[in-house]
Design a protein around this ligand. Structure first.
Ligand code: ARG
Length: 460
């Protein structure tokens, strides 16, 4: 006869391979701390409500403290036959304290137990993700501030578009990550309700106090509907969505660091301790870290899609399919944390190859829009000025020079409103500093972004 906790109605022991296929203990052991914490709160509540004796509560607390100690010191045996962390902990507790251990599961099911463990686990992980984003935001803002004088080309279609400040460039990532921070914080808010006490699906016949356990476990309140509580995995899906968007931002940033560190661009150099070499080509220094972060983005999206797909056809309430909810989340947690952790020092330690950036910022007729705006200020309608500038650029390309190298006479062939003040209007500095409107690349506008960014970091 099998020794399973639920074996009462069975006549055959579980098939060995079924046992392995069914078990989640080898991955849900990550929940051990929360499972024990949840059980302590549940036992205290049962005691307070007079459902079990205070002696039982004391024994359970003592026993669970020992289980915790055994797990943390590596003495605990995680056995496939115990199926999952919930039953493994309860079994060991009962071995240690006897009958009181068997009373712990009164008024509770593994369905609400796994839901509460999962939420506690994710709440703690999100706090860590938020701290890592906060740190990266700080690094970005410092990098912007330190390099406030550096110009670079801005691109659209990866073709030179208009010159910008490097600080404007990197502060764009500040904005993306600030929104990511908000998404993780929102998702934390929404998952901050305790499903414990929902039982299998319908609640329980015992006079439990769900507000008590919710408060003990650090939740804002208990969830409102027991059926929803055990069926819901929105909190994990929302977390994976936030991870996917954040990882997408890191991937775009990585892509640029990879391109900008090529010898063709040579805008930046990554620090040696964040790169690797080639086994055959001695000259190589490869940007493996941003490449890996870009590469790992696929697996984070995969986790989101896997979870959405698992949930899409499930009837309420718990179905065993839902055991598939943990591994994608664990993988995404590990990936996003590692990526954020590497990103901050990688950005901090990278060197800007300023002369090359500035040179590229002036090349490619990057101030052509400023030339067009100059004509508009002299009374030429914009569509017409666009055409004049286009013709001038074509002429300069043919001659193999930059627009600023044309003589005033040559300029006048395209429009007679052009005077010698054209030269001052199409420099790098003039182009950048003319874009003073809120959010623009002018130094004053970027300094405002930095100031607002610092205020944001001070407030969170
Ligand atoms: N190991 C299970 C899981 O991770 C725990 C919940 C089991 N509930 C059940 N009714 N079989 O989903």
């Amino acid at each position: 006869m099998s020794e399973k906790m639920w074996s009462g109605r069975f006549t055959l022991p579980t098939d060995k391979f079924v046992e392995e296929f069914n078990a989640s203990i080898h991955f849900d052991k990550r929940f051990y701390k929360y499972d024990i914490k949840g059980s302590i709160a549940h036992a205290q509540m049962l005691g307070k409500q007079g459902i079990i004796s205070s002696q039982d509560v004391q024994d359970i607390e003592r026993g669970l403290a020992q289980v915790l100690e055994e797990i943390e010191s590596g003495k605990f045996e995680f056995l496939t036959q115990d199926e999952d962390i919930h039953m493994a902990v309860e079994k060991r507790l009962t071995q240690l304290i006897g009958d009181a251990g068997k009373r712990l599961h009164t008024g509770r099911s593994r369905n609400d137990q796994v839901a509460v463990d999962f939420r506690m686990y994710l709440k703690a992980e999100i706090q860590e993700v938020l701290a890592l984003i906060n740190n990266l935001l700080g690094t970005i803002i410092n990098k912007a501030e330190k390099n406030i004088d550096v110009y670079m080309p801005g691109f659209t279609h990866l073709q030179t578009a208009q010159p910008i400040l490097f600080a404007q460039y990197i502060m764009a990532y500040f904005q993306m990550l600030k929104r990511d921070y908000g998404r993780f914080a929102d998702c934390l808010e929404r998952m901050d309700y305790s499903p414990l006490g929902s039982g299998a699906l319908a609640g329980t016949t015992f006079p439990i106090d769900r507000h008590f356990t919710a408060e003990k476990l650090g939740f804002k309140a208990p969830t409102e509907n027991t059926l929803d509580s055990v069926s819901d995995r929105d909190f994990a899906i929302e977390f994976l969505s936030a991870c996917s968007i954040c990882q997408m931002h890191l991937s775009r940033f990585s892509e640029e660091l990879i391109i900008y560190s090529t010898s063709e661009f040579a805008f930046i150099e990554l620090s040696d301790d964040f790169c690797t070499g080639s086994s055959i080509m001695p000259q190589k220094k490869n940007p493996d870290m941003p490449e890996l972060i870009r590469g790992k983005t696929g697996r984070v999206y995969g986790s989101l899609i896997s979870m959405l797909t698992t949930m899409k056809g499930l009837p309420l309430a718990y179905n065993k399919d839902m055991q598939e909810d943990k591994e994608p989340v664990f993988d995404a947690v590990d990936t996003i944390k590692a990526s954020l952790k590497i990103f901050a020092p990688m950005v901090e330690k990278m060197t800007l190859l300023t002369p090359k950036m500035v040179k590229a910022a002036t090349a490619g007729y990057s101030t052509a829009t400023d030339y067009a705006d100059y004509l508009v200020r002299k009374g030429v309608p914009f569509r017409e000025s666009h055409h004049i500038v286009g013709s001038t650029v074509a002429y300069a390309i043919q001659k193999g020079v930059d627009i600023s190298e044309l003589t005033l006479d040559e300029f006048k062939r395209f429009s007679n409103v052009i005077e010698s003040d054209i030269y001052g209007s199409i420099t790098l500095e003039a182009s950048v500093n003319a874009r003073k409107a809120y959010g623009g690349t002018a130094r004053s506008a970027v300094e405002t972004q930095i100031k607002n960014g610092r205020n944001f970091l001070d407030e969170i």
